[in-house]
Design a protein around this ligand. Structure first.
Ligand code: NAD
Length: 472
């Protein structure tokens, strides 16, 4: 690839201390070089962000909003360029990559329009108490490889609107869309407000323990999230963790089996199942179990699995070799514990392709049911009693999302209310909206992203309690 990607440090696009290959997962072959930062560059970037903080924090929120809106507009003008690059490094089909880019524009715009107003807590007898929201300082934004751009936008939007400056670090297997976004930041923002560094998993601990980082906004696996939390302790950093999930789809007995199968299938297979809130296990009434499973298997066999750059591809490769091996091992294990009714094998071609896989009659203790597979394979279980079902659904360390499908909306809402996760969607899939708070319960996370509450997490409350002298 011709484009020379560069890091963004203190307002300058710079070469790395070294570089590494970025692999196209559809080809299992490198297609570009990524600049790699070293420890000294990390120090320079954090120092630049620290220097830029006072002026950015003092910039009126409306002006910061204009800059974030300018970022959105610049991204919107280059949707197809970003989408093509994203497909090459991430693997998702081009139309889905374009959707992610447009979604990122939407996210930035939504935050650009938000305002933090002081709250009057009391105003009586000459005593006025107001709560203000002040920025924190330098935010470290660490992102994973499944949605490299929109998950970054979820952090850049609120961090900048709140008046913070940033050091961003993408995942090593999908760094390039973030670096391209860095070019927009370089053109639009004051020097040092956003810095972007790439690594091969070496810089995380130095970034998250650094005394000049005030907050860590992390999206990734639960295992890494725990390390991030541990490394925040010394300086008591603010931490937001958006981690893994094991979302259940609950199908109630008053819906059409085929309709529900179509929805659950889409929820499980979008982005090759690599979504934190993908359907990761499905529970279906035993009365419709066979019909539901047959339809799922039919849909899996019809799915066009191909290089996302090819017209008509519906599902691309798994994003990286490590994840491909993990998903392949879960499928192998499930062959002995359940019945594979579609897929079950990698495709016989270069790249990390796994054919959409459906497993039925698998026990609740199987790793495929208990763990987060994060790939194109779904276990489907049957149930006969809703109370027992809720216990099975909630019997997990995760608590991110979930879906309930039912015609009787009152009953569907009642079932949704019993699922212990941050969000439950009723009769819809992954309706994530930057204006609505999103969070994980249990080991799916800490803190809130998105919504006004998510924006407030990039600030600290500051109470001013004043009395007039003549009332004192
Ligand atoms: P990961 O935890 O392996 O990596 C995430 C990021 O952390 C990468 O940038 C990585 O380089 C960095 N990192 C690695 N070691 C680090 C350390 N010691 N300190 C600091 N940073 C470190 O996750 P992944 O495999 O890239 O992403 C997949 C996971 O992300 C899944 O579990 C998925 O459910 C989760 N996820 C959650 C959400 C959410 O909103 N809850 C959204 C998307 C993905």
């Amino acid at each position: 690839m011709d484009h020379e990607f560069r890091l963004l440090i203190d307002g300058a696009l710079v070469a790395g201390a070294s570089s590494f290959d970025v692999i196209n997962p559809a080809l299992d072959a490198p297609f570009a070089q990524c600049p790699k930062a070293d420890a000294a560059m990390l120090e320079t970037a954090i120092a630049a962000a620290k220097r830029a903080f006072p002026a950015w924090a003092a910039t009126p929120m409306a002006e910061r909003g204009a800059k974030v809106e300018a970022l959105a507009a610049a991204l919107e003008a280059r949707v197809s360029e970003f989408a093509t690059l994203m497909t090459s490094e991430q693997g998702k089909p081009l139309d889905q990559a374009a959707k992610e880019v447009r979604g990122s524009v939407f996210v930035l715009r939504a935050f650009a329009a938000m305002r933090l107003e002081p709250k009057v807590l009391r105003d009586e007898g000459g005593n006025r108490i107001t709560e203000h929201r002040t920025p924190l300082g330098v935010v470290a934004a660490i992102t994973p490889w499944n949605y490299p751009l929109i998950l970054l936008a979820n952090k850049v939007g609120p961090a900048l609107m709140a008046g913070n400056t940033m050091v961003c670090k993408p995942a090593p297997t999908t760094p390039l869309t973030t670096l391209l976004f860095g070019e927009l930041c370089q053109a639009i923002l004051p020097a040092g407000v956003v810095n972007i560094l790439c690594d091969q998993n070496e810089l995380g601990p130095a970034l998250t323990t650094h005394p000049d980082i005030a907050k860590i906004s992390f999206t990734g696996s639960t295992a890494t999230g725990k390390k991030v939390l541990a490394s925040s302790v010394d300086s008591l950093k603010r931490v937001t963790l958006e981690l893994g999930g094991n979302d259940a789809a609950i199908v109630l007995d008053d819906v059409d089996a085929k309709y529900a199968a179509g929805k659950v299938f889409e929820g499980a297979m979008r982005n090759a199942g690599q979504i934190c809130v993908a359907v990761k296990r499905a529970y279906v009434p035993d009365t419709m179990y066979d019909e539901f499973c047959d339809e799922m298997a039919r849909l899996a066999r019809e799915m066009v699995v191909d290089d996302g750059a090819n017209q008509g591809a519906q599902i691309g490769p798994v994003q990286n070799k490590l994840q491909f091996d993990k998903v392949s091992a879960l499928i192998e294990d499930s062959k002995a514990r359940g019945t594979v009714i579609a897929g079950g094998e990698p495709l016989d071609r270069p790249g990390y392709f796994i054919s959409p896989t459906i497993v039925r009659d698998i026990d609740d203790e199987a790793p495929l049911v208990r763990e987060e597979q994060f790939g194109p394979v779904l276990p489907v279980m049957s149930y006969s009693d809703v109370d027992e079902l809720i216990e099975r659904v909630n019997g997990t360390d995760y608590g991110l999302g979930g879906t309930v499908w039912g015609k009787d909306l009152t009953r569907a809402n009642q079932v949704a209310a019993r699922v212990t996760s941050g969000t439950v969607w009723v009769n819809q899939l992954m309706a994530i909206d930057p204006r609505i708070p999103f969070r994980g319960l249990k080991q799916s996370g800490m803190g809130t992203e998105m919504g006004l509450e998510g924006l407030e997490e990039y600030t600290q409350p500051h109470v001013i309690n004043a009395v007039a002298l003549d009332a004192a």
